[in-house]
Write a protein that binds this ligand. Structure first.
Ligand code: SAM
Ligand code: SF4
Length: 327
């Protein structure tokens, strides 16, 4: 399915809940109250109908996200439901890993291909500060459980915030390379009116890359197949890598291949825009042609994709927080 700028859109990120067991400073407000009522949240069967229409429109890769997707009851069965849809070629989850120690095995058995784990620090004290409530030991256990259960190669996502964890860039890189993980540093994005000031706390991927190369001058630019819009550095043996997701400093919109579905049934053409298509009226109108209607809405939303998000100041007080969009 091509958009108006000839980009092929084959990737759907599905947020299945806006709730979370952590409260990361850059993502959610401290009180973390869910803005979505129970009846607003799509049932798993409804998401499956949407995915089927998406696959009929060209979607091939699915990522389940949140909030924290593993806190929603039934997520293992949901993975099995998605895995059974013909045409879904890749199924992954982005998680904070806190519940992976118990769920990695069942998720792998249900057909999950891979996990991405978000971890911004190796320091237990800094972890509790950034997440407000979390204990880091569970995350390390969760990563191990993912590896043991074949959910690799594990990708680790670290948002870098000046003054909070930029001093850990070097240690995080060392840890990732020695464990052969693919670590991606993510630029802090001004998505919501959050805790941080963009002017003071944003740090560009160029600056982060300099810190990494200072410590590991032997790293060379490399590619990582199927890894979307990140630039990568690897060692000669290609084991482990350090990537940079530079959504702010280097708009990678020309390679954008994705749509996002929120837990309350809105299809978003662009992370940095407040535009969205409400799928619910068509989905819940059982007298109509639900599948045909959803396919039309997929096509319309793809055509709404902007050429670039350079205009991201449109993300404002009315915008959803990241836990409502899924990253
Ligand atoms: N709870 C899961 C997790 O943390 O992996 C999935 C949802 S979370 C919203 C998805 C990703 O968005 C995480 O990697 C998180 O670090 C990232 N994220 C959240 N807020 C962000 C922000 N303001 N800027 C950049 N990345 C952000
Ligand atoms: Fe929760 Fe993920 Fe947001 Fe952290 S980044 S608060 S783990 S949804």
């Amino acid at each position: 399915m091509d958009d108006a700028y000839s980009r092929e859109i084959d990737y759907l990120r599905i947020s299945i809940t806006d709730r979370c067991n952590l409260r990361c400073l850059y993502c959610m407000p401290e009180e973390g109250v869910s803005r979505m009522g129970h009846s607003d949240i799509l049932r798993y069967e409804e998401i499956v109908e949407i995915v089927e229409a998406g696959v009929a429109s060209g979607i091939r890769k699915i990522r389940i996200t949140g909030g924290e997707p593993l806190v929603r009851p039934g997520v293992v069965q949901f993975v099995g439901m998605l895995k059974n849809i013909r045409g879904v070629e890749e199924l992954s989850i982005t998680t904070n890993a806190v519940m992976l120690p118990e769920l990695a095995g069942p998720l792998a058995d249900a057909g999950l291909d891979r996990v991405n784990v978000s971890l911004d620090t190796l320091d237990p004290v800094n972890f509790s500060r950034i997440t407000r409530v979390g204990r880091i030991e569970k995350v390390f256990e969760g990563i191990n459980a993912a590896v043991v259960n074949g959910l690799g190669p594990v990708k680790i996502n670290s948002v870098v915030i000046r003054g909070f964890n930029d001093h850990e860039v070097s240690n995080l890189s060392e840890w990732a390379l020695s464990n052969e993980y693919n670590l991606r540093f993510i630029e802090y994005m001004p998505i919501s009116n959050g805790f941080f000031s963009f002017a003071e706390n944003y740090i560009s991927s160029d600056e982060i890359k300099e810190i990494v190369l200072d410590r590991f001058p032997e790293l060379k630019e490399c590619s990582r197949a199927g890894n979307g819009p990140a630039r990568y550095l690897c060692r000669a043996d290609q084991k482990g890598s350090i990537g940079f997701i530079e959504a702010v400093s280097h708009a990678f919109c020309s390679n954008c291949n994705r749509l996002r579905l929120t837990a309350d049934g809105k299809l978003k053409p662009c992370l940095f825009s407040n535009d969205e298509t409400d799928l619910v009226p068509v989905l819940r109108n059982r007298d109509g042609d639900v599948r045909g209607g959803l396919i039309r809405l997929f096509r319309n939303t793809v055509l709404m994709k902007p050429e670039s998000h350079e205009d991201f100041q449109r993300v404002n007080a009315d915008s959803r927080c990241m836990n409502e969009i899924g990253g």
